[in-house]
Design a protein around this ligand. Sequence first.
Ligand code: ATP
Ligand code: MG
Length: 412
Amino acid sequence: MAKNIIVALDVGTSTVQAVIAEKRKGEENPRVLGVGVAPSRGVRRGVVVDCDDASSVIRTVMDDARKAAGVQARSVWLTVGGAHVSVSSSRGIIAVSRADGEISPEDVKRAIAAAETFIPKNPNREILHMIPRDFRVDSEAGIKDPIGMHGVRLEVDTLIVDCSRPFLKNLFKCVEGAGLKVVDYVFSPLAAAEAVLTKRQKELGVMLLDVGGGTASFMVFEEGVPIHAGVLPIGGGHITNDVAIGFRTDVDVAEKIKLVYGTCLSGELPRRENIRLAEFVEGESSLYSRRELAEIIEARLRDIFELLQKELRKINRVSLLPGGVVVVGGSSAIKGILDLTKREMKLPVSIGVPQEFEAEDEEKASALAAALGLVRWAGAREDAAGGLWLQGRKFGDFSGGKIVKWLKAFLP
Ligand SMILES: Nc1ncnc2c1ncn2[C@@H]1O[C@H](COP(=O)(O)OP(=O)(O)OP(=O)(O)O)[C@@H](O)[C@H]1O
Ligand SMILES: [Mg+2]
């Protein structure tokens, strides 16, 4: 029998990752068969700027993943991230169609389609997700699943995640240039959330925070539903650049210094602990203060937390997420990041570890969260791409119209 293979590809600013998994009948989660990871080229702040470079890295990671998995695979699911992603909201209102007032899946679809008509048309934007946050049936608000309820008027409030269409097309071009076919694509933190957040955290209220190389992206969940999200144009690469400037070294050396001696808790370091440059560059005799290094790292991370607090203020959730902040991404390995996040966000904090890898190599697993989550996302929805999901059930394909491509509203 042919294996049901799922491939997830995450083309990031710092790393390109491919995960090949197999979905077996009767098993909830796909099993990871092979992983390929390589340093990225041709990507800036999550956006492809050199297609040939990016394509060649994609080829490499796919070859590695295929070799490890022992399967050939050409169809891939993609994560979409980058500072060109933006988030907004829209409302749609319809009259319930059945004479007895019972709300059908068809009504929900129409309400979401109505919300779409209020989004300003822009040929340069592509909608990634339209997520129903909340429904109102007549005067009753705060309803998560209105199907089967009775009413006259159905109103939906949707979270819209969209991105630059030219940038998305460019990403497709690179992926196709590497001999692959795109099945579908998912906003990166939504995929990462699938790997590391529990149902309970999503119910309570939680922020998934992915601190990568060129960006820090987040998604906030409450009552099981994404309620806010965004991409900030700051990541580990900016920290490295700051170190290079502060220490007057080139960026490759700065990156090494950051990885070996970096921490973000400057207050905990003695004043006189020094880093010898000779350890990284032969023949150099300079000494750098480790505390100064920590101050540089801490300053950039504080910038991220300040922006995140601003985002939480927009939705009135400052210090109000009992599920806390769950951090993933390559930069989640910065020493002390848990303590600093806790202090700055005034919330419980943990590192998000995808279960597939368990404790074996948490750092590595956390950096792979988006790709591993995407495999799960795909496994749960593979045969229903383009359909609408509500409270775990799928109802209806939006086949036959332009609406198909983007009316991808999902609830866990
Ligand atoms: N041990 C570590 N300590 C500090 N930083 C680290 C460590 N390991 C990796 N990083 C940083 O993680 C970043 C890469 O993270 P990741 O692979 O998640 O980025 P990406 O997904 O390619 O980027 P983006 O999502 O922003 O497009 C780099 O800046 C790297 O320096
Ligand atoms: Mg990333």
